[in-house]
Design a binder for this molecule. Structure first.
Ligand code: ADP
Ligand code: MG
Length: 165
């Protein structure tokens, strides 16, 4: 599935739609270069759980936990991870065992250690905006993308984003 995100507000709105869809559990991995919009998308995801504050990539701490609305969301940024095994030392096992939503920037740095994503989302610059490509890697991810495609068909304008399924 591909979605065009012409500006930042569409980008955040799309993140919020995705955040609602995941219902506080699962794994959303965000691929794309520096500046592609991974943290901006995470801001939208967190907004789905009522968080309106600033979101900074946890580049040095690697993981930022949020307890929101009875749900837990972990935001990881693995850009500075030296070795996937380091995820053991930062409590990665507990993070991924938790009944929570894990949003991971730079999942490629943790390849081999990280469990598979439900949804892998790749962001690219497209003109002044961005393009998101979504792929599922689990049965739940597949169901989530099918639900997203349906919601998009019914609610295109209200969701604030456009795309081609
Ligand atoms: P990343 O986390 O991938 O490094 P950021 O989320 O920090 O990237 O975004 C980098 C910049 O891109 C920010 O200034 C943000 O405002 C801008 N941006 C994000 N999404 C879009 C979009 N869809 N269209 C235009 N600019 C965007
Ligand atoms: Mg970032």
């Amino acid at each position: 599935m591909q979605v065009q995100l012409p500006d930042e507000s569409a980008h955040v709105a799309f993140g919020e739609t995705l955040g609602r869809l995941f219902q506080g559990r699962g794994r959303l991995y965000l691929h794309g270069d520096l500046g592609a919009g991974k943290t901006t998308l995470t801001r939208g995801v967190l907004r789905a759980y009522g968080y309106e504050g600033a979101v900074k990539s946890p580049t040095y701490t690697l993981v930022e936990p949020y307890a929101l609305d009875g749900k837990r969301v972990y935001h990881l940024d693995l850009y500075r991870l030296g070795d996937p095994e380091e995820l053991e030392f930062i409590g990665g096992r507990d993070v991924f065992a938790d009944d929570a939503l894990c949003v991971v920037e730079w999942p490629s740095r943790g390849a081999g250690w990280l469990p598979p994503a439900d949804v892998d989302l790749t962001l690219d610059v497209a003109g002044a905006g961005r393009r998101a490509r979504l792929e599922s890697a689990t049965v739940r991810g597949e169901a989530l993308l099918a639900e997203l495609a349906d919601a998009r068909g019914l609610d295109d304008d209200a969701a604030g984003f456009r795309g081609d399924v």
